[in-house]
Design a protein around this ligand. Sequence first.
Ligand code: ZN
Length: 269
Amino acid sequence: MKRIVLILTLFLAVSACKVNPFTGQKTLNFYPNSQIFPMAFAQYDQFLGENKVVEGTSEAHMITRVGQRISSAAERWLAANGYPGYLNDYKWEYNLVKDETVNAWCMPGGKIVFYTGILPICQGETGVAVVMGHEVAHALADHGAQRMSAGTLQQIGAVAGNIAIQDPEKRNMFNQAYGVGSQLGVMLPFSRSHETEADRIGLQIMAIAGYDPYEAAELWKRMKAQSGGQAPPEFMSTHPSNDTRINNLTAWAPEAAAEAAKFGVTSFK
Ligand SMILES: [Zn+2]
């Protein structure tokens, strides 16, 4: 069994380098979409089945509306930059769950969840677009898969290809890599470089989607204010808000606005 895992690991390592279209850099990723997406879709459905999905409210409609605009912007950006069809195997879905946790995430293949607990910090559609752009950027750049790839090699063979992950510990590892959270373990933080990358990509996507990129820094200021005091909620423990992030977003806003202008977007809602 150990030898099979080793061979599988070596095979995966050879095919593990993938160029990130947003940065042009090669990244370590053991998981092709064809392997990771079925797992993600199954975990997503399981999550929705175990949580209270909000339907038919103005807030639920807002999550869908922002999600459609963000995903469409990502597709337009990729097509314009030489990656038409890059998201063809994505199956976008946007759900709001009733849960006071401050959290939001996007699983591989475009499976998004917002928790009602993050909405007061978003303060409306533009704030939702900031968070959604950022989370979608993590998915587009395969940060979760890289996070798993950087994990214990032994476990990779055990999880890869296992569509319905029955073992709670393995499922927990998968979910942690995508920020889904669970009572079983401590959340894995994204690395600072992944956070910075997601901030920059997310900012451009939200601007192309027609949302004011100058509002992104304001959202993270509110996150920072919220995280003061007690133990930080899950989203803040994986997304530590700091002055560097806020300064970066402020500095990059004109660049994002200029990018949006290339797509004919010159005013923001
Ligand atoms: Zn992040």
